[in-house]
Design a binder for this molecule. Sequence first.
Ligand SMILES: Nc1ncnc2c1ncn2[C@@H]1O[C@H](COP(=O)(O)OP(=O)(O)OP(=O)(O)O)[C@@H](O)[C@H]1O
Length: 307
Amino acid sequence: MSYIVSTRHVSKEYKGKEVVSDVSMNIERGQIYGLLGPNGAGKTTLMKMLLNLVKPTSGEIEMFGEKLMPGSVELFKRIGSIIEYPIFYEKMTAVENLELHCEYMGFYNKHAIQEALERVNLTSVDGKAVGEFSLGMKQRLGMARAIMTKPELLILDEPINGLDPVGIKEFRNLLRILSKEYRMTLLVSSHLLGEIEQVADTIGILQGGKFIREMSMQDMRSEQTEYIEIVTPHCKEAAFVLENQLGVSNFKIIGDSMIRIYESRWTQQELTKTLVLNDVGIESLNHKHTSLEDYFMQQIGGGEKHA
Ligand SMILES: Nc1ncnc2c1ncn2[C@@H]1O[C@H](COP(=O)(O)OP(=O)(O)OP(=O)(O)O)[C@@H](O)[C@H]1O
């Protein structure tokens, strides 16, 4: 398998503290790869290492099959990125900023500037200095700058920050277009699975600097569990009846009033009947499945604990 990005045991320490720890990740050409993790997980640091902005303490990085070295410069002509907040010359207009970027990248194509601005829906800002833009407009301009040279790989750090709901929807469509029509490979970080689950092909989960898991969204969806959820004010009594009358062993008690049963031996009717016959009042009893967000929270250790 040829990967566009491949890291081998990459770690980064700051003042003796490891903030990225032994990360081995692989991004296939043409994929939208979601790098997920809560604040401070190490997503930005990992992306900065891919862009040679931060030197790994140990480990190796390959980009486009080539080992990343301090002097690798040509590689970055094939990569577009937005890391943290995009920075611009505030007194210049959007077009002037993009023209300057073209010059810097050795790429000049007036048509590409207009096309990029149209792609991100930032067309009626002629004559306005970037310093007067809102955060969302700056994010759009950052995106225009990143895609203007049609890079093969696009690295976006929390790109949804600052966008309104319409902007988020447009942004997801843009990612799909860049992937499907422009055949770009995309690495997108987020702290919320919900923001990228609809577009990502693969997810890598980072927590406390450690790479917990890398899996396709398809596998992630198939790992969602089904369960029966009982809401009852008599949780302890219900658990006792389930265990002793029905032999149910695979269940969790959540808080004071909820039980989730992960085995399908008994129907909803049978469970209801047994609980009621044993004087256990029930508020509801329903068949459910975990959402991807629940799954993600479980992976990063923020899910419910076993009773
Ligand atoms: N230059 C630095 N010096 C010291 N510590 C740093 C430096 N840069 C990052 N860190 C620390 O490394 C850890 C990971 O930070 P990083 O910004 O990579 O996480 P993140 O997952 O991108 O988080 P967020 O979503 O909040 O941006 C944090 O504890 C941060 O304080």
